[in-house]
Design a protein around this ligand. Structure first.
Ligand SMILES: [Zn+2]
Length: 306
């Protein structure tokens, strides 16, 4: 013990440690390159990819237009929605052609055609994937970004008795007939295949109420009539007319919106027709013409008031 006493005494006699001198603090900038420019020494904001960050709302999947309108005039925006996708195949034709594949080919062809004509085009899906019905008009509104001159077009093929044929175009409103209700139920059934978390669509009834007498209902009806007129020039028919029903995929689109039932794929003849590249191309041109007619007629365009 005595051998340690001098050491202990010298330690007790030593001056206290120097006070800590502040030194510049380097704030580590992580790989996301968030650089604070305010110069203050407060804690760095929590980064979105930190495990503690609050869950950020998923961004809208980017769908940059491949080409924007050629002129300096406001862009005419067309949002194309290929019905179904992923585990929702839609209807299956007698020889196995799937609605989800036909609708995707149609919107891709229509995108090319419209872009060549100078439109800004967005697709709600451009691969074989399932997008929740409620998300489709939500994306459309994001892409529209409050600009005027935008429309939403959802493309489908119909199903019914094997002898049924023809084409019809719907806009969002109350179904008036049993057949309109049947088609709406058919197309709304996709919601059963969605994840629970994506099912929170606004109440259809409430939206229908607020839409009544609204401009968009009249403009949608007009667009539907123009689609029927143009399709009638290329489709063997019959022209089953403009119809109305409560389609979930149209609810919430703040723009004129229609759902086109391009043919009865339950009919072997129309299934073959829809699988034919030349026929689909004629249909694409007819739909593009109808869209052109619409924007010409509604030159002042459907409100950027949202
Ligand atoms: Zn469908």
């Amino acid at each position: 013990m005595t051998m340690f006493l001098p050491l202990l005494l010298s330690a007790l006699a030593a001056p206290p440690a120097s006070p800590v001198v502040p030194v510049p603090v380097f704030v580590s900038v992580n790989a996301c390159a968030c650089v604070c420019v305010c110069g203050r020494t407060e804690a760095a904001p929590e980064h979105a990819d930190s495990p503690n960050a609050s869950a950020a709302r998923l961004p809208i999947a980017p769908s940059p237009p491949r080409r924007v309108g050629r002129s300096s005039a406001p862009a005419s925006i067309v949002i194309l929605d290929a019905g179904h996708g992923g585990r929702d195949s839609g209807m299956r034709g007698p020889s196995g052609v799937l609605e989800k594949d036909i609708t995707l080919m149609l919107v891709q062809g229509l995108q090319d055609e419209l872009e060549q004509r100078g439109y800004e085009v967005h697709l709600t899906r451009d691969t074989d994937t399932l997008i929740a019905l409620a998300d489709r008009p939500r994306r459309a509104n994001e892409w529209k970004r409050g600009r005027p001159r935008a429309i939403f077009m959802s493309i489908h093929t119909n199903s019914g008795a094997s002898q049924a044929t023809g084409f019809e175009t719907y806009f969002l409103s109350d179904a008036r007939t049993a057949d309109e209700r049947r088609v709406a139920e058919l197309e709304n059934a996709a919601a059963d295949l969605e994840d629970r978390s994506t099912k929170s669509a606004p109440a259809v009834d409430w939206i229908l109420e607020s839409l009544r007498n609204d401009y968009y209902v009249r403009a949608s009806n007009d667009l539907a009539e123009l689609v029927q007129r143009r399709l009638g020039k290329v489709h063997p028919g019959p022209d089953r007319g403009v119809k109305q029903a409560g389609f979930r995929v149209l609810v919430g689109a703040i723009m004129p919106a229609v759902l086109v039932e391009t043919a009865y794929m339950s009919n072997p003849k129309e299934e073959r027709l829809m699988a034919d590249d030349d026929f689909r191309q004629r249909m694409v041109k007819a739909l593009a013409d109808a869209i052109g007619d619409f924007f010409q007629r509604h030159a002042w365009a459907a409100g950027g008031d949202d």
